[in-house]
Ligand binder design. Structure first.
Ligand code: 5AD
Ligand code: SF4
Length: 399
């Protein structure tokens, strides 16, 4: 069986799925027993349409139904078409928790919430992933302890809008993300915490404070802004302004001056003028990002912005190139600023060159250094000695 896991956030991602499926025709001719499935958000959004458009597909499963995969697989094996894009009542995480207790890599993701209630005008997430749902805190804590028992030292809390987390608390009531992070920080053996992805309006006071006083919370924050123009932010239904975003960054940097910021940007949103785009460049210059993702606007059927007049594609292409040039320059200088600094690295695996290990710095830079393989899974003090295009080189310091 081949199972494609898919993303629906931009049209390009969804189109890739169909071209990939087209390329599988030959495989299916050579191996008639081969089953082909599509999972993820394209499956959720397109449903049975995938099987109509590409009849070689045997199985379609949305993100909320992964725990039903064994039954779906059996149905596909028997020659049927298996389709499940429900939002079931039962909690898939309860079923998925019964996995074998295998050892895990040093860094792991842990989903704490799914879905989003923000309804940004460009975004399919509220439709494909549904309403915001937070997992109860005791389940998250149990899963974190289990991960640590299996060798995990760094956990990244995951959610489409993770800082909207408001899980059921063990003693009743609810915990926000900051409280959850503070409790996780007490788990012995867990050395590093991160979270992604956040909306600026859900950055509660205690979460900002945690960046200053919770030693295990790493100095890296992915905080998408999308645009630097208030007119466009309004049209995007982002419910924040460029100034309120910058004020938030100032508060974060006041408690954690070396916080490395990452962001997401969309250029060519319907109605974006040259002036709006210049405002985005201005915001980028004012914030100074260590790393960022930027995209051309992609119209998603069913979203509020889908029917609005599009920006000339050539103009959008040119804007993206200019924005990316600026972001790349900022990334380079953030990396360069690390050279000479002492920090720590969590080694994750062998490097490409003999004798070398690779891992992540506190600021999420990829770092390679000469070290013994026994250091994999350990947080080790290092000095950064060189910055390459997309990674840093370090020397291990004696602890
Ligand atoms: N077009 C382009 N980029 C998009 N994103 C989400 N929806 C779209 C879209 N329709 C980007 C946003 C978001 C990131 C995950 O993907 O920047 O933060
Ligand atoms: Fe999409 Fe993020 Fe906006 Fe939610 S907050 S609608 S996931 S862009």
């Amino acid at each position: 069986m081949i199972l494609l896991n898919t993303c629906h956030i931009r049209e390009k991602a969804a189109e890739k799925v169909y071209s990939e499926l087209g390329r599988m025709k030959g495989l299916k001719v050579a191996k008639p027993d081969l089953k082909i499935g599509v999972a993820g958000c394209v499956a959720q959004a397109e449903g049975g349409e995938i099987m109509r458009r590409q009849p070689l597909v045997d199985l379609v499963v949305g993100p909320q139904s992964y725990h039903r995969l064994p039954e779906l697989e059996a149905k596909a094996r028997e020659g049927g078409k298996a389709l499940d894009t429900d939002f079931p009542e039962e909690d898939k995480f309860d079923h998925l928790a019964a996995r074998p207790k295998a050892k895990r890599a040093p860094s792991a993701f842990l989903t704490v919430q799914e879905g989003c209630d923000k309804f940004c005008a460009f975004c399919v997430v509220p439709y494909t992933r549904g309403a915001e749902v937070s997992r109860p805190a005791d389940r998250v804590l149990r899963e974190a302890r289990d991960l640590v028992d299996r060798g995990v030292r760094e956990i990244t809390l995951l959610g489409q809008n993770v800082n909207a987390y408001h899980g059921q608390a063990p003693e009743g009531g609810e915990w926000g993300l900051a409280r959850l992070i503070r409790e996780l920080a007490t788990v012995e053996g867990l050395e590093r915490l991160r979270f992604t992805t956040s909306h600026p309006n859900d950055m509660e006071d205690d979460l900002i404070a945690a960046h200053g006083d919770c030693a295990k919370l790493m100095p890296y924050l992915h905080l998408p802004v999308q645009s630097g123009s208030d007119r466009i932010l309004k049209a995007m239904n982002r419910k924040h302004t460029a100034e309120s975003y910058i004020a938030l960054i100032d508060r974060l940097r006041a408690v954690r001056p070396d916080l490395l910021l990452s962001g997401d940007f969309i250029v060519g949103f319907p109605g974006e003028t040259d002036e709006d785009f210049e405002a985005t460049l201005d915001l980028v210059r004012r914030v100074g990002y260590g790393q960022a993702y930027s995209f051309k606007y992609s119209s998603r059927p069913g979203t509020p912005a889908a029917d609005r007049a599009q920006v000339d594609p050539d103009v959008a292409t040119e804007r993206l190139a200019r924005l990316q040039a600026l972001l790349t320059e900022q990334q380079r200088s953030a990396q360069q600023a690390m050279v000479g600094r002492e920090t720590s690295v969590l080694f994750e695996k062998l490097g490409r060159k003999p004798g070398q290990l690779v891992g992540k710095s506190e600021h999420l830079h990829a770092v390679h250094a000469d070290a013994e393989p026994e250091m994999i899974g350990k947080v080790v003090p290092v000095r950064i000695v060189e910055s390459a295009a997309n990674s840093l080189r370090a020397v291990v310091l004696q602890a």
